[in-house]
Design a protein around this ligand. Structure first.
Ligand code: ADP
Ligand code: MG
Length: 220
């Protein structure tokens, strides 16, 4: 059913719908792990929040599939904002809605164009949440992922290799939150006691980037 993707502009609505399917499966599979991470430094709901939000987003996209990549991201973002109670809902919702709006009405875009849109979305997360690098938040996975994506694309790598590099950087970034002291969100209430635990939001960001890498590997 899927048309062969153009290697120059591999990111179309079908690509992002496949990303959403892969991401939703990953979040569903790893929900218990995400909630476990949110137990010692949070309120043990991150997996539940993400699962509820992504299942609702997948249903919304299945019911009325948007025809543009921007449309898919806006609908996922809007659904996360309306279905996830925790801090992560508005933050991820802002990221994806902002990225989708940045893509506008384009039918298919390059990996570099998606990277620019994601950068705009991540800037929105930073503005909304007020976090900076090393505050032990999702930004500690998202920012290194964007940097790795940029470096790989600038070096002339394929979209698939660039998204794989981004996913690896996100995972490294999530792991690197372990020794950090949280300065934003619920975990910050624990002060020094937040040290020694991996941030749940950085971990879910790594899952979402891994889903993007998996999607790109299959598509291009
Ligand atoms: P809540 O903290 O409301 O229970 P979740 O458990 O779903 O929400 O999400 C917690 C995650 O949200 C944290 O692990 C962190 O990565 C992210 N987060 C919280 N506050 C911020 C913020 N101000 N900026 C960026 N990310 C944040
Ligand atoms: Mg929580």
């Amino acid at each position: 059913m899927n048309a062969t993707p153009d290697p120059e502009t591999p990111v179309d609505a079908a690509f992002l719908r496949r990303w959403l399917d892969t991401a939703t499966s990953a979040v569903d599979r790893e929900a218990a792990m995400l909630t476990e991470l949110d137990s010692p430094i949070g309120d043990a709901d991150h997996g539940t929040n993400m699962r509820r939000g992504f299942l609702a987003a997948r249903t919304a996209v299945e019911q009325e599939p948007p025809q543009t990549p921007g449309g898919v991201l806006v609908l996922v973002g809007r659904t996360l904002i309306s279905t996830v109670g925790g801090a992560s809902g508005p933050l991820y919702g802002t990221l994806l809605r902002r990225a989708g709006k940045n893509l506008g009405e384009e039918q298919a875009v390059s990996a570099a164009r998606l990277r620019d849109a994601l950068r705009a979305g991540v800037d929105g997360v930073a503005t909304l949440g007020g976090a900076v690098p090393d505050d032990k938040t999702m930004l500690d996975a998202l920012l290194p992922a964007l940097d790795a994506l940029t470096a790989a694309l600038d070096a002339g790598g394929s979209a698939a290799d660039a998204f794989a590099a981004a996913a690896a950087a996100a995972e490294d970034g999530a792991r690197a939150t372990i020794p950090l002291r949280a300065r934003k969100g619920r975990a910050s209430y624990l002060g020094e006691r937040s040290i020694g635990h991996q941030d749940p939001g950085a971990t879910s960001s790594a899952l979402l980037m891994a889903a993007l890498a998996d999607t790109a590997k299959e598509a291009v």
